[in-house]
Ligand binder design. Structure first.
Ligand code: NAD
Length: 335
């Protein structure tokens, strides 16, 4: 099949291109290159590469593809809060525009990279797709409003689906350390200290970035009626963790590291535990390949291999927010 992947130079996107190519698909990648120069390891390139803002993609760019996988975004809550208007412009308006163009160009499937962030601070734990959404940030709002608008386009010719991904972690050639697992392991290696910014109690559903990419492939291969216009949580029921549990997994790998609580909890009230029964029911053959503990072991070996230390932890290369702060002008000028 011919697949159009946006955000193909990102943390998840580089895994996705590799998996699609390995399955024999022809891949077009489209990315603005916000994190150019941040690569940690070489990665597989798509067949065709567009260095382009998703807001400038045309129906001609999309024509002839069987599926659009839309990952390009200002990709987390704190980054979204840097400039909420820009976040809504790229993440929501850009995603809706892309879906309309895809439909117009005759692309039959549109897979949207959503997020479990839409659950925000739940009234109860164990939230599923039927529970009320509680967006706490512009990022989460952008994901919800995209789902709502794109769903209006669904018909016999156009099958959208929304992957509500858990928080990613783990090794990628385009590493990010602004994600809880990667961050706690990175701080333990760099300083011998696992620095938790809350009191350690908030719940998070976690999923390896490569498993998110594998889920996209599973959604590509799924019969259309199975996923048609559905929002589906992507992760595993056994992969919900309190932040302090993640710290314990780090400490099992690095027993000399101490745990410290900085208690800045007010800054990030997100707290949600999520159920993945719908995914298990609709795509029973899809199984996660990683748990936090196996993914962390893999990342730990990579950190050691690369000699990861304080300079990496404090630098710009692996922290999206720091890099984005430098690149905001690029985004603003193209939006
Ligand atoms: N990483 C996670 O924990 C996580 C969890 C749930 C959902 N998601 C979603 O998955 C997607 C990918 O996340 P990621 O972690 O790979 O993010 P990332 O920041 O590593 O990659 C995003 C990519 O999109 C590109 N991009 C941003 N704005 C663009 C624009 N206007 N036009 C073209 N390209 C643009 C960037 O250059 C970057 O390469 C995002 O939609 C994100 O919201 C991520």
């Amino acid at each position: 099949m011919k697949v159009f992947v946006t955000g193909h130079l990102g943390y998840i996107g580089v895994h996705l291109v590799e998996l699609l190519k390995a399955d024999g698909h022809t891949v077009t990648g489209c990315d603005l290159g916000l994190f150019e120069g941040c690569e940690w390891e070489p990665f597989v390139r798509p067949d065709t590469e567009l260095r382009k803002d998703v807001l400038e993609v045309t129906a001609e760019d999309l024509a002839g593809h069987d599926c659009v996988m839309h990952l390009a975004a200002i990709s987390n809550d704190p980054m979204g809060d840097l400039d909420p208007e820009l976040t809504l412009g790229v993440n929501r308006d850009g995603s809706i525009r892309l879906a309309k163009l895809a439909k117009e160009a005759g692309v039959s499937r549109y897979l949207f990279s959503g997020s479990c962030s839409v659950y925000g601070k739940g009234d109860k734990l164990d939230l599923d797709e039927s529970d009320p959404l509680n967006p706490l940030t512009a990022y989460a709002r952008s994901k919800i409003e995209t789902e709502a608008e794109v769903s209006k386009l669904a018909d016999e010719s156009f099958c959208p689906a929304y992957l509500r991904n858990a928080t990613a972690y783990g090794f990628s050639p385009m590493l990010r350390i602004d994600l809880v697992v990667n961050n706690l392991l990175g701080s333990a290696l760099s300083y011998g200290e696992i620095r938790i910014h809350s009191d350690g109690s908030p719940w998070r559903p976690l999923v390896h970035c490569r498993d998110i990419a594998r889920a996209f492939v599973a959604f590509l291969n799924a019969p259309r009626e199975v996923i048609f216009n559905k929002a589906i949580n992507v992760g595993g029921n056994d992969e919900n963790y309190q932040v302090r549990d993640v710290a314990d997994v780090v400490q099992r790998l690095l027993p000399d590291a101490s745990i410290s609580y900085t208690g800045e909890v007010g800054a990030d009230p997100r707290d949600y535990r999520v159920k993945f029964d719908l995914l298990n029911r609709l795509l029973p053959d899809f199984k996660l390949q990683y748990s936090v503990s196996s993914g962390m072991e893999e990342l730990h070996s990579k950190y050691v291999e690369h000699g990861f230390g304080a300079a990496d932890f404090e630098g710009d290369q692996f922290v999206r927010l720091r890099k984005l702060n430098q690149r905001m002008d690029l985004l603003r000028s193209s939006s």
